[in-house]
Design a protein around this ligand. Structure first.
Ligand code: AMP
Ligand code: ZN
Length: 116
């Protein structure tokens, strides 16, 4: 179900612009507006879930489809040297947009996974 005040539901609905990379019946991928690596793409389910935990519990098949889409995009973006897939989930992760999104980061050596 689309949430009226959700940024990414608005992108799915075509009410906000995005640089789309790939689309399926269930997923949408678009470039991050503030890239943290040479390639930084977000893969989202079109259905609204707040975070990865909620999506995994509610719809494991959809979760798999989001992951599969990310792997296909990593291939088409020629990230053969490697890439990082990341779901920020909840407050301590720094999650800012509460429509689940899988980050694909790559295009250079990414360095340590977290700073402490
Ligand atoms: P997170 O911290 O995991 O919630 O990440 C949210 C991501 O969404 C950030 O990397 C933002 O740069 C990105 N973002 C926010 N608004 C937009 C937008 N309109 N189009 C594309 N990416 C966005
Ligand atoms: Zn949403």
């Amino acid at each position: 179900m689309a949430m009226t005040d959700c940024l990414f539901c608005k992108i799915v609905a075509g009410e906000l612009p995005a640089t789309k990379v790939a689309e399926t019946d269930a997923t949408l991928a678009f470039r991050d507006i503030n890239p943290q690596a040479p390639t930084h793409i977000l893969v989202i389910p079109k259905a609204h879930y707040v975070n990865a935990a909620e999506m995994v519990l509610a719809d494991p098949d959809l979760t798999t489809r989001v992951m599969e889409e990310a792997v296909k995009i990593a291939d088409s973006e020629e990230l053969s040297q490697g890439y990082r897939l990341l779901f920020n989930t909840g407050k301590d992760s720094g999650q800012e947009v509460f429509h689940v999104h899988l980050h694909i980061l790559g295009g250079k050596p990414l360095g340590p996974m977290v700073s402490v």
